[in-house]
Design a protein around this ligand. Structure first.
Ligand code: NAD
Length: 487
């Protein structure tokens, strides 16, 4: 503990940057506020462009040695980080919940185990990448996966450590060094991860964490000529700024952005399953990029679906995310709550009807909401709300279902509920989406590609796709017996 250390839910957290293996205080600070009770958690380093540049310099200095470290040794250290995450799982879970308001039970049972798994999976996967050799007229083609260099990783607040480690793990396993810029609304677990990584033996400068506002230090990171990869998860407007900032140096980008995903319920579906999957879209108070926020139901079952949905949604428990019984926690920030409320008010003014919710609850919550009577071209159907707000529309047949489902600028995911296997194949084939779930939702496997089409993103993460991004692939072609310049 130093004079700088904060105590958050009983856990010591250092609010300073982590640069080159050292804690670095910033010239200024900002106040981190808990969405759980509105209390100030402490003052966090408010990075400056000079501090961001120092982090890139540290990543650059550490790169040659880390890139030259044998893969197996890198993998060993990543497994040690996973061990550290598992040892401190309770602390990470309670700090994350205090910082971003998502459910403690899901941090404990789902999210933090997945954080550890991110490190284990990409550590092991990196060992299988190696060489694909093939022959051309007796010549050998040898493909190698070379680390690209320092990577800038920028993440949002809705699943802070999960999304950060989903990038950090493959970047490090591939032999790159990293500068992580966590979201300013949820900066704390990134700092704990820096401690865990150092304890696990990750060399100084291989992972750096700069805290602060993206609007103040983002450009210094993303326009830096020494940065060889930028991986960003967040909103479309920020992605545009990052792409423009990265353009002069043609820095390769991976973008995981927003969504407005559909959930299609066909009349042949198990309606109870459909209702369960629809209500699941309120998880994390609707602050989930993948959420299927547009419920599309076949006309003939729409009334029955709506009745059962309203009953189930009405039974959800909204409240303190640390309580086991809570289903929906608070919204991250008063500004986000205001944004959600604005979307719903404008939708209602345009003719929508809130058949469930449609209002704030106390200071920090928004009631789970279902809006009907919405037009396909309306704001509420076309734009991402990022709150517990769903719309319901009906369709007459499969063609109309596909047309409505596909008619936004996004393409992150789609969920189908149907009892007809052939229909599932047909519809899945016609939709534009990075992931299609059939009679299920949110089943994720690290071996599978993940990402969005259209405005939902550029590129794919997961499995080998992560390494495609974080590596410079090289093909070395060697003549059959050309060592003296003769065949
Ligand atoms: P945001 O774009 O406002 O911020 C994301 C990050 O970008 C933060 O760390 C922020 O500080 C940083 N940032 C802001 N301006 C920047 C700039 N000019 N340069 C560099 N960095 C900058 O997004 P948010 O509100 O934190 O997150 C919500 C969004 O993230 C939603 O649109 C959601 O759908 C999306 N999201 C997508 C996925 C996915 O995997 N597709 C996952 C989670 C969230």
């Amino acid at each position: 503990m130093t004079e700088h250390t904060l105590t958050v839910a009983g856990v010591a957290v250092d609010p300073r940057h982590w640069i080159g293996g050292e804690r670095v205080a910033s010239a200024g600070t900002f106040t981190d506020v808990s969405p759980v009770d509105g209390r100030a958690l402490g003052e966090i380093a408010r990075g400056t462009p000079a501090e961001a540049v120092a982090a890139v310099a540290a990543a650059k200095a550490a790169f040659p040695a880390w890139a030259a470290t044998p893969r197996a040794e890198r993998a060993r250290i990543l497994h040690a980080i996973a061990d550290g995450v598992e040892e401190r799982l309770e602390e990470l879970a309670i700090v994350e919940t205090t910082d971003n308001g998502a459910l403690l039970r899901s941090h404990r049972r789902g999210v933090m185990p997945r954080v550890a798994h991110n490190f284990r999976f990409f550590a092991d996967r990196s060992l299988t990448l190696d060489h694909e050799d093939f022959e051309t007229r007796g010549h050998t083609n040898h493909v190698s996966w070379d680390p690209a260099g320092p990577c800038v990783l920028i993440t949002p607040w809705n699943a802070p450590l999960m999304l950060a480690t989903w990038k950090i793990a493959p970047a490090l396993a591939a032999g790159n060094t990293v500068v992580l810029k966590p979201a300013e609304w949820s900066p704390l677990t990134a700092s704990l991860l820096a401690d865990i990584a150092a304890e696990a033996g990750l060399p100084a400068g291989v992972l750096n964490v700069v805290q602060g506002y993206g609007s103040e230090i983002g450009d210094a990171l993303t326009s830096h000529p020494d940065v060889r990869r930028i991986s960003f998860t967040g909103s479309v407007p920020t992605a545009r700024r990052i792409a423009a900032s990265a353009a002069p140096h043609l820095t390769p980008l991976s973008l995981e952005l927003g969504g407005k995903s559909p959930l299609l319920v066909f009349a042949d579906a198990d309606l109870d399953l459909a209702v369960d999957l629809a209500v699941e879209q309120y998880d994390n108070a609707g602050q989930v990029c993948l959420a299927a926020t547009r419920i599309l139901v076949e006309e003939t079952v729409a009334e029955e679906f709506t009745r059962r949905f309203a009953e189930k949604a009405g039974a959800l428990v909204q409240g303190d995310p640390r309580e086991e019984a809570t289903d929906i926690g608070p919204t991250i920030h008063p500004r986000q709550l205001e944004k959600i409320d604005g979307f719903v008010r404008r939708a209602v003014e345009a003719g929508a009807r809130a058949v469930v919710g449609g209002h704030r609850v106390e200071e920090r919550y928004y009631a789970p909401t279902l809006l009907t009577g919405v037009a396909q071209d309306s704001e509420i159907v076309q734009e991402e709300v990022f709150g517990p707000v769903l719309t319901l529309q009906t369709f007459a047949d499969e063609d109309e279902a596909v047309r409505l489902a596909d008619d936004t600028r996004f393409g992150l995911a789609a969920t189908l509920v149907t009892g007809d296997r052939e229909r599932a194949d047909r519809v899945a084939g016609r939709l534009t989406a990075g992931t299609v779930w059939v009679n299920c939702f949110f089943v994720r496997d690290l071996r599978a590609p993940f990402g969005g089409s259209r405005h939902s993103g550029v590129g794919r993460e997961g499995g080998t796709w992560s390494f495609d991004f974080y590596c410079d692939l090289k093909n070395t072609v060697t003549a059959p017996k050309g060592w003296n310049g003769h065949g």
